[in-house]
Design a protein around this ligand. Structure first.
Ligand code: HXC
Length: 507
């Protein structure tokens, strides 16, 4: 029995393990060791063996069929996993390989524990043909049925090519490592043959390409070790499933800590940029922010943080990039993050400082209407506690997305310098006071007067507060304590939406 087990643990054998190490990659089992609490892994279907015999497979198949599956603990909390073994037939996915992954997925759903897949595979096992395609279909369906039920994380640590990419594409978060991970529908050779374009594997489908350009990767790391630390950290914010609440931890950061530094961080001049991540670092529990999609659509910042020890999802405008205007990609990024939070009982806190949706022909023709609509839809549909802080300005449709109580925000706070309107004062003056300005003796002075008047009469946060659309105008110094009090106020919120099979979110 010991000999059989040892053979299983060697996968494709010592030579191929050495080759794996020479490529700077860990083996499937080493990766599990890195990720899981010590000695917590319980393997499932350990001895499954491929049944196919064609094209020399009889000699090449190994017990386990090129993947390791089972459950383990991360910080004492259970997860289900699969880890593809590149040393066996290039980690390619055959019938039994797929069966192991799909069974782990099914167990993750029925036990209500997150599913983590580590991908390192040449894709569909070519010799097994339709059996392999059938296996992928099973996995995709299980990914889809698990969506919103248990968190699903994909860790790409090698090739992930062809239709295989659609499993990570369905899951909630994709992790990649520079110079190790590659993801694409077709690789550089096929692209060269079809379109004539020349590009390397890394440039086409590496971590940088997916983290910054395609948005397929949510997290990018320099090494496998850092990547696994990232997976462990992300899990620490999340509940195990959609029926549980996220963990509450004692972060040691006092709830009544004041935030005087905000006065220096945020310039009052509404056109001046600043880094909203500095505001996040100041207000939320110390060092608790884990940014998601950091390099993609950086005009919004999303991620998990803790506030008074509770997990929250932050959806913030970033004035440092594109003046924080919302565009197609940032709408997609925001909407998907909001929907994850809603599915897993994580309150959403929006930090608004936004001039509106980005104007431009490419945005209009690229579908900003349907993409922007996703954010509105996601916020309107979310039943978790939703708070908004209007920091400086919040205009037009972007105000509705970030801060409108009518869209479903439970509580809206504003700093005294906040400006709320259909558009900025200068733009408004040029439209509604055009004639008064033109006919004035001193048009420049008239323009300034009208702008000031508009700011006081229309944009002032107390105007919105007068309608009940802003619940309180707060001193920025007390932002942290006010947000904590607001979160506690709505933390036990229960809400249901009209019964339906499912909505039809704009895509
Ligand atoms: C069977 C495979 C395989 C596959 C690799 N191997 N991919 N066997 N089916 N898909 C085998 C190789 O034959 C080799 O076996 C061993 O794994 C290691 O592969 P190498 O090529 O030596 O490794 P490397 O040089 O690192 O290259 C890795 C690779 C390359 C880039 C992934 O193997 C490759 O291009 N593979 C094919 C990728 C592909 O086109 N897959 C199909 C995608 S379409 P030996 O015994 O010779 O060492 C797809 C459709 C899915 O997946 C649809 C789902 C809906």
């Amino acid at each position: 029995m010991k000999a059989v087990r040892e053979k299983v643990h060697l996968g494709g054998g010592e030579k191929r393990i050495q080759q794996q190490h020479e490529k700077g990659k860990l083996t499937a089992r080493e990766r599990l060791q890195l990720l899981l609490d010590q000695a917590s892994f319980v393997e499932h279907q350990t001895y499954s063996r491929g049944r196919a015999t064609m094209f020399g497979l009889t000699d090449k198949r190994q017990p386990g069929d090129g993947v390791v599956t089972g459950s383990g603990l991360v910080d004492g909390r259970q997860v289900f996993l699969s880890s593809q073994d590149f040393t066996v037939l290039g980690g390619s996915l055959g019938e039994m390989h797929a069966d192991r992954i799909a069974e782990a997925q099914e167990l993750s759903i029925t036990t209500g524990t997150p599913f983590i897949q580590i991908n390192d595979s040449g894709g569909a096992r070519i010799q097994e043909g339709v059996l392999s395609l059938h296996g992928y279909a099973r996995i995709f369906r299980a990914n889809t049925l698990a969506s919103g039920v248990v968190p699903q994380l994909s860790v790409i640590l090698g090739p992930c090519a062809g239709g295989a990419v659609y499993s990570p594409g369905i899951t909630d978060f994709v992790f990649m490592v520079d110079q190790v991970s590659n993801m694409y529908i077709t690789g550089p050779d096929v692209i060269k043959a079809v379109t004539g374009e020349q590009i390397s594997h890394e440039e086409l489908g590496g971590a940088q390409a997916h983290a910054a350009k395609s948005g397929n990767a949510h997290f990018r790391f320099a090494s496998e070790q850092e990547c696994m630390d990232g997976v462990r950290r992300l899990l620490s914010y999340l509940p195990l499933n959609n029926r549980e609440q996220p963990p509450i931890v004692d972060t040691g950061d006092p709830a009544d800590r004041t935030t005087p530094e905000i006065m220096d961080l945020v310039p009052e001049e509404e056109r001046r940029g600043y880094d909203v991540r500095d505001v996040i670092a100041s207000v939320f529990d110390r060092d608790s922010f884990m940014e998601v999609h950091r390099d993609y659509a950086p005009n919004v910042v999303v991620g998990f943080a803790r506030l008074g020890g509770r997990t929250v999802g932050i959806f913030a405008n970033q004035p440092k990039v594109l003046a924080a205007a919302l565009d197609i990609n940032s709408s997609d990024k925001g909407a998907r993050f909001i929907r994850f939070c809603d599915a897993f009982n994580i309150p959403i806190i929006s930090l608004a400082d936004v001039p509106g949706f980005l104007p431009g022909v490419s945005q209009e023709h690229g579908g900003i209407i349907r993409h922007g609509a996703k954010v509105l839809y996601a916020i309107a549909e979310a039943t978790v506690p939703k708070l908004s802080l209007i920091m400086r300005k919040s205009y037009g449709g972007a105000f509705i997305a970030m801060s409108a109580k009518a869209l479903g925000y439970d509580r809206v706070l504003a700093w005294p310098m906040a400006q709320i309107a259909v558009m900025g004062a200068e733009g408004a003056a040029n439209i509604i006071f055009r004639r008064d300005i033109a006919e004035a003796e001193d048009p420049e002075k008239a323009r300034e007067d009208k702008i000031r008047e508009f700011k006081e009469e229309v944009m002032d946060p107390f105007v919105a507060a007068g309608y009940g659309f802003v619940d309180d105008v707060i001193d920025p110094v007390h932002t942290r304590s006010e947000l904590i009090r607001s979160l506690e106020m709505v933390a036990r919120k229960q809400q249901s939406i009209p019964a339906r099979k499912h909505g039809n979110i704009p895509l």
